[in-house]
Design a protein around this ligand. Sequence first.
Ligand code: SF4
Length: 86
Amino acid sequence: MNTTAGPDALDAPILEERPWAVYSACKNADPAIFFAATRADERSALAICGACTVARECLEFAVETRERFGVWGGTSERDRRKMLKG
Ligand code: SF4
């Protein structure tokens, strides 16, 4: 994932930054649902995260980098805002 795209951006720089992405459940999913305009898409993305074996790594990355947009590590943008406030 570059900073705005997650699952489809498995090019060399991305894998260097996030080697765990090769195991991501979303690597073949439509990246648009991870940066969704609708709650239905967001739920679809979160469901994929629910089956992802690297969700912990993904969430740690999103929190460490203060990723503001999209679904990462089984969390929505709102979820991470709440986490960072708490
Ligand atoms: S936790 Fe979700 S966004 Fe992160 S790599 Fe897995 S499926 Fe993709």
